[in-house]
Design a protein around this ligand. Structure first.
Ligand code: ADP
Ligand SMILES: Nc1nc2c(ncn2[C@@H]2O[C@H](COP(=O)(O)O)[C@@H](O)[C@H]2O)c(=O)[nH]1
Length: 433
């Protein structure tokens, strides 16, 4: 487990590099490992730049992620190939991307539950998926299926907007029997996407519900990312109830937040969402990102940054606090934090695909680092209260933002490497440019 960001070394991270004086008193420890688990529809992104007429002609809705039938998929693929419009083909899937990026950042294990074609030909999409996934992502628990994995036609309009057309293949065929209870319950978090709930009777929805049941029984945080506003606005009440019943951490962008809460103001949307879950990560494109959550009155910490205006005045006052679940607080206090894009965003944005997933993987890294530290150094003062994360709201915002920047600056939604080793201070990197 790599350290998720720079910190004074008071709490000794990595845990095996402790104070040389007390090392004499304590036996050498072999750190216990941690992992996170996630469920996804295994699919490959087929990326192409198209005009709006193309999107309309194939019956798609700009900005949405829609399921398409085989005939539409054939027509789409043939036209993209014959006009040589396909620019890239990458392993995709919102949770596949998130786990890959988590494992790349943390240099540690994540476990993906999903399906994989039983027979794989070299060069096929299944083959490509496996080749483009970090070796730190444990794929041993994928369920073998007959037929191909999914394809996600990622159509990029001139304005940069992305439209996803999903040809399902066998991506939704994951059965609950393939969810390993021990792995879920020993994990630092279980990560899911709202897309898993639109499988139209295929078993992946039940598999997700089984995993949620296991996670909740063992107090493992359930992390949900919303995917697309179109899915949420079909039935916001369903999602509000779903989140209230099952979700600890909610990740969404500003459009999904509005669809969920009916509130276009980001801070009030976060405030509402905190009635249903414990922690919110909200990415807002060029406006940067927000976090909102709870801390206990007893352990709140005031920021040294400028206090920010908004619909909740001076909303970032306690952003130096560490996130906690509401039920772990004696006197819960709502905390909000915001950060503008790292260095104003890259000079050239190659592709916005996966920028939100990137931010979520940074948050997951921080949560897993907390779990890792806790199981290895339970008596550390860090764990005198139950934190959900290792770092403060402000620090996680900084880290998540930095990771999104890295995704924006490259072509694929999946990081090809971790953050630069020497960049131990995010601020230094910021000012050096
Ligand atoms: N145009 C942009 N300029 C600068 N930073 C951006 C831009 N678009 C996205 N980002 C960064 O990437 C993060 C995630 O992007 P966003 O587009 O909100 O995610 P999503 O893919 O979930 O819609 C933002 O919080 C911000 O840090
Ligand atoms: N599991 C699914 N993933 C999907 C679906 N539609 C799109 N996607 C993936 O989302 C990412 C882009 O994420 P974003 O945070 O930038 O919006 C991309 O790689 C797609 O593969 C879906 O129905 N299911």
């Amino acid at each position: 487990m790599k350290f998720p960001g720079q910190r004074k070394s008071k709490h000794y991270f990595p845990v095996e590099a402790r104070d040389p004086l007390t090392n004499e008193l304590n036996p050498v420890i072999r750190p216990k490992n941690v992992h996170i688990t996630g469920i996804d529809q295994t699919l490959v992104d087929i990326e192409a730049k198209v005009d709006d007429e193309f999107i309309a002609r194939h019956g798609l809705r700009k900005g949405n992620s829609m399921l398409i039938d085989d005939a539409t998929a054939h027509a789409l693929y043939d036209e993209l190939k014959s006009a040589q419009l396909v620019s890239n083909e990458f392993a995709g899937g919102t949770i596949g991307n998130t786990l890959h990026n988590y494992s790349t950042l943390a240099d540690d294990r994540s476990v993906l539950f999903g399906v994989m074609s039983r027979n794989i030909l070299i060069g096929s999409y299944a083959y490509r998926y496996l080749c483009n996934t970090s070796s730190r992502v444990d794929l041993d628990h994928l369920e073998p299926v007959e037929g191909p994995i999914g394809r996600c036609f990622t159509l990029i309009s001139e304005c940069g907007e992305r439209t996803f057309a999903i040809s399902k293949g066998a991506m939704d065929k994951l059965t609950p029997e393939y969810i390993d209870q021990k792995l879920v319950q020993r994990g630092a978090a279980l990560v899911l996407t709202a897309y898993l709930m639109r499988a139209g009777g295929d078993p992946i929805t039940d598999a997700a519900m089984r995993a949620i049941e296991y996670a909740k029984a063992a107090n493992v945080p359930v992390v949900l990312t919303l995917g697309t506003r179109f899915l949420i606005e079909e039935d916001p009440e369903y999602w509000q109830k779903f989140i209230a019943e099952h979700v600890t951490v909610l990740a969404m962008n500003e459009e999904e937040a509005e669809a969920l809460t009916g509130d276009a103001d980001i801070l009030s949307a976060c405030d509402k969402a905190l009635e249903w879950c414990d922690l919110v990560l909200l990415t807002a494109g060029a406006s940067g990102l927000y976090m909102a959550g709870y801390t206990d009155e007893e352990v709140k910490r005031e920021t040294s940054h400028t206090l920010l205006p908004g619909s909740i005045p001076e909303f970032n006052r306690f952003e130096f606090s560490r996130p906690m679940t509401k039920s772990d607080c004696d006197k819960p206090l709502k905390v909000f934090s915001h950060i503008a894009p790292f260095m104003g965003g890259p000079e050239k944005i190659s592709n916005t695909n996966g920028a939100g997933d990137g931010a979520l993987s940074a948050l997951l890294h921080d949560m897993a680092a907390n779990h890792y530290h806790k199981i290895n150094l339970p008596t550390s003062s860090k764990h005198s209260y139950q934190g959900l994360c290792y770092s403060s709201f402000a620090q996680i915002c900084k880290y998540a933002n930095r990771v999104s920047y890295e995704v924006l600056a490259q072509h694929s939604p999946r990081l090809s490497r971790g953050l630069p080793e020497r960049e131990d201070s995010l601020e230094e990197a910021y000012w050096e440019r």
